[in-house]
Design a protein around this ligand. Structure first.
Ligand SMILES: Nc1nc2c(c(=O)[nH]1)N[C@H]1C(S)=C(S)[C@@H](COP(=O)(O)O)O[C@H]1N2
Ligand SMILES: [Mo]
Length: 316
């Protein structure tokens, strides 16, 4: 990883608030977007607190010019029903959640089923910085500098069998540690999500273990969560303990809970309204004016080909 002097920091970084700079203070600023795996140990602590040496992004915007959403909003306004239905309360309720020790079981229709330790995963697959737009189905959005690696790297390790057509992801089920699983007992816990195999193998599809150059905090899905930037945020399942290759399309928690409102694909689509609200515009957190929602959240060039000849009204 290349170390850069403060004098060499790109002018874009001046957007950073003093607080955000202090997160990386006394530290190495990430000059390159790819952080080498050998620099990971000790960098990404389980709680995000032991990150004295954490780098911070040198970029201030996504490729369309959208400014990064401040760290405080990304870590203080969350959807994570295992802890609270109140977005501004998730961070405090999840505050003591221990994401170590942690293993991720990868199995189902694969040649070499395995259980990975989270720290081995982070060392092995490393941390690439990806600045993605995040569009919640509720109509708000953020721009987030994730750290992680493409899911396809992990899938290559286990070798999907020819019969495997979908990937199913499962969140931890532990009501003692995730009080929402008790309090909101009406939901069909654990949280489950799924992707078609070609979606899972797309390079944009990320397994994230950090953001803003630090380890993921509990509220953002520590220690490992999915990020699929062209889909609504609910596909981005948090605190993953299981990944299974399967033959049939998984049925997600949201498909079970409200099948008429939440489908399997959940591609961001301004032309298809949610039954209870339009999806043609969104509120970017931190901005006064609503902005237009882009097809596939602005990633159409990269992913529209996955859905050629599909009726995206029917497959919502
Ligand atoms: N296990 C689990 N994963 C989840 C959720 C959840 O409630 N439980 N909420 C989803 C929704 S609706 C959104 S918008 C994103 C929010 O991610 P963030 O809080 O990191 O922005 O997480 C998604 N992943
Ligand atoms: Mo969401």
């Amino acid at each position: 990883m290349s170390k850069i002097k403060p004098s060499e920091v790109t002018p874009e970084s001046v957007y950073l608030t003093r607080r955000q700079f202090l997160i990386g203070a006394g530290a190495v600023l990430a000059g390159a977007t790819v952080l080498s795996a050998c620099d990971q140990s000790g960098l990404l602590g389980p709680t995000g607190k032991k990150n004295a040496k954490a780098p911070i992004t040198g970029k201030s915007a996504d490729e369309l010019g959208g400014k990064l959403t401040p760290f405080e909003a990304v870590t203080g306004y969350n959807n994570f029903y295992e802890f609270s239905l109140d977005k501004e309360e998730v961070a405090s309720v999840a505050g003591d959640f221990k994401a170590r020790p942690w293993t991720i079981r990868v199995g189902g229709l694969v040649q070499r089923p395995r259980t990975f330790d989270i720290d081995d995963v982070i060392r092995r697959f490393g941390a690439e910085e990806r600045i993605y737009r995040h569009r919640c189905v509720e109509g708000w959005s953020m721009v987030i500098p994730w750290l992680g690696f493409s899911l396809r790297k992990l899938l290559a390790e286990v070798g999907p069998l020819a019969k495997a057509k979908y990937v199913q992801f499962t969140t931890l089920y532990d009501p003692e540690r995730m009080p929402g699983q008790k309090a909101y007992y009406g939901y069909p816990w654990p949280y489950v999500e799924g992707l078609r195999l070609d979606e899972a193998l797309h390079d944009l599809t990320l397994l994230s273990h950090g953001l803003y150059g630090r380890a993921l905090l509990p509220q953002n899905g520590a220690p490992l969560r999915l990020v699929v930037p062209w889909k609504y945020g609910f596909k981005a399942i948090k605190s993953i303990v299981g990944i299974d290759l399967v033959e049939k399309a998984p049925v997600s928690l949201w498909m079970k809970t409200a099948p008429g409102e939440y489908g399997f694909y959940a591609n961001v689509n301004p032309a298809v309204a949610h039954p209870r609200w339009p999806q043609s515009s969104e509120r970017r957190i931190g901005e006064a004016q609503r902005r237009r929602t882009l097809p596939f959240n602005g990633y159409a060039e990269q992913v529209a080909g996955l859905y050629r000849n599909m009726n995206l009204r029917k497959f919502y």
